[in-house]
Design a protein around this ligand. Structure first.
Ligand code: RIB
Ligand code: CA
Length: 339
């Protein structure tokens, strides 16, 4: 069986908690050719998210190998909404010496446009935060949507409960105008919805968390620390385990064999409603609406868990000294982190 070609991808992220695990997937999965990390306003303060992204690259032993680009620091129209009540700082209080770590000078939106245009139809994107960067890129470059192979979007719920409100999932709630624009832009879209999918099939329960902790590797310790704050919140709202919508999105992009069932839907996002701001209307084909997305309905939960657990057994890649940067970004040696 020939080894499949690595998949060129960008992860667009509001790096906190499970975004960090999604970055580990992109950084360490042999099927991934992670071309860039692009930052977008979402979970926690923007500069904290950037620190979280560098910390995650550092833990993976790939600091300085993948360019980090700063994107939109707030939604298109609305003021930024925080999820710090859920995630704390997003990395369980871990810090690192960021001396010498700098993001690229090129804006994330320009990097997304450039990387997609360099290899039209080859670059996929895992969009695991609000869709502000993606919408802005599609507005700025009419060819962007066509140049992107597949846009995997973590967002919305499939005719099911929201999380930040009863109606809306966080990523679509924070920037509903961007989400609406993305679903009308002509991308080849795959949607990983919050509910019912990730609540039913991608929550790691205590016995699974105990197995991961028992690995006692640098990556498993990072996982446990990063997920701790959100686990407390999850339990406080009746979710008995850690939630993994972002790492599932990236895992499905790289391993479509984890998908058991999906279907074509017409997806549109509410921007005018007060109670329904950010609600994702996912029409399953009986309302005379042209489908514009594939929505994942069922995965193989055990295979996904095994995928993440195996990743966490990996030793970090050998630390990389020295700087790097195509646009002025640079990072120095593998600095470890202080817990
Ligand atoms: O609603 C789930 C999304 O918001 C995920 O991207 C996760 O980062 C959460 O904060
Ligand atoms: Ca996210």
């Amino acid at each position: 069986m020939p080894t499949p070609e690595p998949i060129p991808l960008v992860i667009d992220t509001d790096t906190a908690q499970d975004d960090c695990i999604a970055l580990l997937v992109g950084l360490l999965d042999p099927r991934a050719e992670l071309r860039a990390v692009t930052m977008v306003a979402g979970n926690v303060g923007f500069d904290q998210q950037v620190r979280n992204a560098f910390l995650t690259c550092n833990v993976a032993g790939r600091l300085g190998e993948v360019p980090v680009h700063l994107g939109c620091r707030r939604p298109l129209v609305r003021p930024w909404e925080s999820a710090e009540n859920v995630h704390g700082d997003g990395v369980g209080g871990m810090t690192m010496d960021l001396t010498g770590c700098a993001p690229e000078r090129e804006h994330a939106v320009d990097a997304l446009i450039r990387l997609a245009a360099e290899r039209p139809g080859e670059l996929s994107i895992a969009a695991i935060g609000p869709l502000t960067n993606i919408a802005t890129a599609a507005i700025k470059d009419p060819d962007f949507a066509r140049n992107v192979a597949t846009l995997y979007v973590m967002g919305g719920s499939n005719n099911a409960r929201g999380n930040i409100t009863a109606a809306a999932e966080f990523n679509f709630y924070v920037d509903p105008e961007a989400a609406k624009a993305v679903f009308a832009a002509g991308f080849e879209i795959v949607v990983v919805p919050w509910a019912p999918l990730t609540l039913d099939q991608a929550v790691f329960a205590q016995p699974q968390l105990d197995e991961i902790a028992a690995l006692d590797t640098p990556l498993s310790r990072f996982f446990t620390r990063v997920c701790a704050a959100t686990l407390d919140f999850d339990r406080s709202v009746g979710i008995e385990g850690t939630t993994h919508p972002d790492s599932l999105t990236t895992a499905l992009l790289l391993h479509p064999e984890l998908i058991r069932r999906s279907a074509r839907y017409h997806v549109d996002v509410e921007t005018a409603g007060e109670l329904t701001r950010g609600y994702a209307a996912m029409s399953w084909g009986v309302h005379g609406l042209e489908p514009n997305a594939t929505v994942i309905e069922q995965i193989n939960p055990q295979a996904f868990y095994n995928q993440i657990k195996t990743l966490l057994t990996l030793p970090p890649k050998p630390p990389r000294l020295g700087g790097f940067g195509v646009g002025g970004g640079s990072c120095t040696a593998w600095l470890g982190w202080r817990g």
